[in-house]
Structures are given as C-alpha cells and as structure tokens.
Design a protein around this ligand. Structure first.
Ligand SMILES: Cc1cc2nc3c(=O)[nH]c(=O)nc-3n(C[C@H](O)[C@H](O)[C@H](O)COP(=O)(O)O)c2cc1C
Length: 226
C-alpha cells in the first residue's frame, strides 16, 4: 500500500470486531506517527492508549458522568463554532444524514440516534482506544501539529489493515478522562481514536462520505504562465 492508496481507502469505521491489536504493532504505529512534522519541531502531542480493564474503566467513568451530565462537561477546545455557517453547516448535516441512512436509523428516531452517539464512548467496541492530548500552555498553531499526528496514526493503521475512527466526541468529557487516566490538569483532550479491526458484517464499517470538488477548495495562481 502506498500513501495514495491509504488516503483513498481510509474511512471512519464505527463497528469493530473483538480481534485484539498486537501491542508491538500499536507501538510501531505511534512511534512512526511521532515522525509527523510540527512547527519548531515542538512535537506537542501526547497519546494515551487504553485496552482491556483500563479501556473498560475509562468507558465506565465517562458513561457515569454522561448519566448525570448528558450535555457534557467543560471541553478544553471548541468542537464547532457557535452558529456554524454554510457550506460547513450543510456538510455537517449531510454527513449525519448519510451516516444514519447507512445505519438504517430514521431521521425522527431520537433514541436510536442517541444510542449511536453513545457508541462513541465505547470506542465503537474497538479493543484499543487512544486519547490524544496537548498541553494547555500551547497555541492554536500547535493544534495543526496534533492534527498531523492524528492523520499519521490513521494512515499507518490503514497500512496495517487496522481501522480507525477519529472522535471529537471525547472532548466533552475532558475532566472525567483526566481523572480516569490520571492526567495532569494541563493536558487538554483533543480527540479520541477508536482502533481495531473493522467488522465487515456491520454497516458502520462501510460508510463512504463524499468530498467537495477540487475547485471548491483549491485555487491556482500563476500556473497559466507555464
Ligand atoms: C477531528 C475529527 C473528529 C471527529 N469526530 C467524530 C466523532 O466524534 N464521532 C464520529 O462518529 N465521527 C467523527 N469523525 C469522523 C468524521 O465524521 C469523518 O472523518 C468525516 O465524516 C469524513 O468521513 P471519513 O472519515 O469516513 O472519510 C471525526 C473526524 C475528525 C477528523
């Protein structure tokens, strides 16, 4: 598999089998992802991997908080701006519709939509969960570095036949996550990542989201001179 294949074939998977992830493979992925570029080579990312009882304890802690605070806790970073505008607002709605359609969940089936959202907090059954953090003292630019680190993980996993789902939904439970994992208050929860083997028998493992056309986001200046 080359980089183009990995980028083309990767998609967010929301249904995993119980097949464990070889710890050596996980370490290799995270070590190689550490080769991601960062401004000033700050390497501002941290990643906390959970499996087995540690994964279960994290999930149960977040479920317990969600039971009493269903709207979430104080997040460290904003998931979306207030009053998200178009075209982004429309794309977000379209993304949700495609996902729920693929999963056979009706628009007005609020309990089923809620249950699907709650699956985020069990890493969609994936045997490994990753929590990516960044120090609170850092600036917005370092968030780009963390994004590149996350993308590297996704592609390296893809290359090894592993599936992933990056998840902003963990941001809403930052204090509980810090408590469950024993993290310092200075670590901001940037994202979670589900990691494991896709369950091919589940529709959640094969949702293909479209992309805008190249000319919608790229412009080319001066190329006519060549
Ligand atoms: C930073 C980030 C946060 C995301 N958060 C979630 C999430 O909380 N739950 C979820 O099911 N998908 C989440 N996704 C997956 C997106 O919905 C997905 O990347 C997008 O729809 C494009 O689809 P694809 O990844 O399958 O190509 C997230 C993706 C990114 C990059």
């Amino acid at each position: 598999m080359n980089v183009s294949n990995a980028i083309q074939s990767r998609q967010s998977v929301r249904a995993f089998t119980q097949q464990p992830v070889d710890p050596a493979v996980l370490r290799e992925i995270l070590e190689l992802a550490g080769r991601a570029p960062s401004g000033g080579n700050l390497q501002p990312w941290k990643v906390h991997a959970v499996t087995g009882s540690a994964r279960e304890a994290l999930i149960q802690a977040v479920y317990a908080t969600a039971a009493t605070q269903p709207a979430g806790e104080a997040a460290d970073i904003r998931m979306y701006p207030e009053g998200l505008q178009d075209p982004w607002r429309g794309r977000r709605a379209d993304c949700g519709e495609r996902m729920y359609n693929a999963l056979g969940i009706a628009r007005d089936d609020k309990p089923a939509r809620f249950a699907q959202g709650a699956k985020n907090l069990s890493f969609f059954n994936a045997p490994v969960g990753l929590v990516v953090t960044m120090d609170r003292s850092l600036a917005e630019s370092q968030m780009m570095d963390v994004g590149m680190f996350i993308m590297s993980i996704l592609l390296l996993a893809q290359e090894r036949g592993l599936a992933t789902c990056p998840q902003a939904s963990w941001q809403m439970w930052a204090p509980t996550i810090r408590d469950a994992l024993g993290l310092d208050e200075s670590e901001m929860v940037m994202a979670g990542i589900s990691l494991g083997y896709a369950d091919p028998g589940d529709a959640g493992a094969d949702i293909r989201q479209p992309r805008a056309a190249l000319d919608d986001y790229a412009s080319f200046h001066g190329f006519e001179e060549h």
